[in-house]
Design a protein around this ligand. Structure first.
Ligand SMILES: [Zn+2]
Ligand SMILES: [Zn+2]
Length: 567
């Protein structure tokens, strides 16, 4: 993709289609066309749980032609499958991100379902994003790269806006089915005595009861990964954010401080809310297990199942739970984001989000986007059969854009809002992030090496300013430095700051964050090839500079381009 001389053969195509708009049918048609030309197709899916559903659907159309790759295969199974693919005996390959490397001869099409999903990025060595690999490979082999989703990533939307990739919108559900009606419940209205259950508002309780009576399926979502150590205002629902980085500040109990995990900004915990002066509350976390026990308490005759990382350890446990739910042997399915994605259960008419704010408290610039995606995907599970669907979202922040636009099923409005924030605060897609993580058993060594990395990249090595970690001093922007001495004047360098998981397996962890220009940065020339992240030649230069540093003993570092999580 670095070769600007070479012309791009076929532009990648992004299909933005609302949930239930028939993207799978469109994939089938695209594959049929490919097979007619005697060429082969690869279809990538984000998760193993979804492979099974798409396999059934594809098997009906392609039968013997279909080959499945998945991560739970033994080496022997994988070898035989790859051999069959290589010999061209099957010409439709379905699998997770690694299937992008499947050795199909005469490739004509790569499909990436749920393009926005983080699981397409491999987070261990060798780190790669299947989207970049697919675009590159499709171009090499003259194939079409087709991405589909109801909630495109901002990165792909921005590339489409710049004309680097093409975009098609499907804004209606098939068969004129209505989008489910979404009701947002403001939990502030039910504080204290007004709520018999701590977790469920009266409207959600009533709807669950109605569904049990009518023998219709209910799904309840609580994405519990979040920090119980955050702070919100009980009056206006506000969460404190860093003024520079726009990410939520995290509460540190032992120091009684709020801290920005991007730039290390710290402040005392305020006694009252900055917006409305109400006394601040600490948020106490709860998870899906609590939801399950509360449901059992209020609806003792309901048949309940829970699907999360704890209940799906064993092989096939996913499939068993889903099968029972499909056969309506379960009335209420409770789960994390695992149950939100892609499933097609026609008997589900009610989906409830127990607390939509969980993800918004994460100290991550993508928290709004992820929350919008999750709510939209989950709302799309309701009303896929003959009965219309209802969606109930409980929240402390009904005015938050992620919740407001999810209620209206309005991705394009959410995109228009979110892209302005990203541009203003220099986040993807307008910059590419590189996260350099430094860890050591020795707290001070980790911090000092992190600072050295920052200084070297800024071209101000050896200034000798001693700043000890954690003394509350603001670092970013507090020092003046000469831009001209920096080897990378076009790159912003932020930190070092402690990572949210500061102590992990006995290591102290600091990070330095870099912001590089991308194809979507205003003023940057766009080449013919789609690249979602920054310039690879620049990141390689940074990497060799880091490798050339004299690393103290007991200190390790890693460099992550386009990190999906900064935790
Ligand atoms: Zn900050
Ligand atoms: Zn307030």
């Amino acid at each position: 993709p670095q070769d600007d001389e070479a012309k791009l053969k076929i532009k990648p195509l992004l299909i933005y289609g609302v949930t239930g708009s028939g993207k799978s049918e469109l994939y089938i048609r695209a594959i049929r066309e490919t097979l007619k030309q005697n060429r082969a197709a690869i279809c990538l899916v984000p998760e193993i749980a979804l492979t099974e559903q798409l396999r059934r659907f594809f098997a009906g159309h392609f039968g013997e032609n279909l080959e499945i790759l998945h991560s739970k295969m033994t080496d022997g199974e994988r070898f035989l499958t790859w051999k069959r693919i290589e010999m061209g005996t099957c010409n439709v390959v379905l699998g997770p991100r690694s299937a992008v490397f499947a050795p199909v001869p005469n490739l004509g099409l790569i499909i990436m379902d749920e393009e926005h999903e983080g699981s397409y990025k491999q987070e261990t060595t060798p780190r790669y994003h299947a989207r970049e690999v697919a675009a590159w490979r499709a171009n090499q082999e003259g194939a079409l790269f087709l991405m589909g989703t109801a909630t495109p990533s901002l990165e792909s939307m921005a590339l489409a806006e710049r004309g680097v990739i093409a975009r098609v919108d499907l804004t209606e559900r098939i068969d004129q089915k209505a989008m489910p009606k979404v009701e947002v419940i403001d939990l502030k209205r039910y504080e204290g005595d007004k709520r018999p259950s701590l977790l469920f508002s009266p409207p959600l309780m009533r709807e669950i009861e109605t569904n049990l009576k009518n023998r219709e399926g209910t799904m309840l979502l609580l994405n519990r990964r979040g920090f119980s150590t955050s702070i919100r205002c009980p009056q206006c629902g506000e969460i404190e954010k860093c003024k520079l980085c726009q990410v939520s500040l995290t509460f540190h109990q032992e120091k009684n401080l709020l801290l920005c995990h991007y730039c290390n900004y710290q402040k005392k915990v305020p006694n009252v809310c900055g917006e409305c002066k109400a006394p601040m509350l600490r948020f106490m976390g709860f998870g899906t297990e609590k939801v399950e026990s509360e449901i059992a308490r209020f609806f003792p005759s309901a048949r309940i199942a829970r699907m999360d990382a704890d209940t799906t350890q064993k092989k096939d446990s996913h499939e068993k739970i889903l099968e029972k739910f499909r056969e309506q042997k379960i009335d209420i399915l409770i789960g994390t984001q695992m149950i939100a994605k892609g499933f097609d259960f026609p008997h589900v008419t009610l989906v409830g989000v127990v607390l939509a704010d969980v993800g918004l408290r994460l100290p991550d610039f993508r928290s709004s986007e992820r929350t919008f995606q999750l709510l939209t995907q989950f709302a799309g599970r309701a009303g896929r059969g003959t009965q219309p669907g209802r969606v109930i979202i409980q929240t402390w922040m009904p005015e938050h854009p992620s919740i407001r636009f999810a209620k209206e099923h309005d991705f394009l409005a959410f995109y228009a809002h979110e892209k302005r924030c990203r541009e203003e605060f220099h986040y993807p897609p307008y910059r590419s992030l590189v996260n350099i993580i430094i860890r050591s058993h020795d707290e001070k060594k980790a911090y000092l090496f992190a600072r050295e990395i920052r200084d070297v990249l800024r071209g101000e090595r050896g200034t000798g300013n001693e700043i000890k970690p954690g003394n509350g001093e603001r670092e970013t922007g507090s020092k003046t430095f000469s831009v001209s001495r920096s080897p990378f004047p076009e790159i912003e360098i932020i930190g070092p700051a402690p990572l949210p998981f500061y102590k992990l397996r006995g290591h102290f962890r600091w990070h330095v964050m870099l912001k590089l220009p991308t194809l979507s940065t205003p003023g940057v020339d766009r080449g013919p090839h789609p690249v979602w992240t920054g310039d690879v030649s620049v990141t390689s230069r940074i990497y060799s500079i880091l490798m050339g540093l004299r690393k103290p003993s007991g200190v390790a570092f890693q460099m992550d381009v386009d990190p999906l999580n900064i935790l």
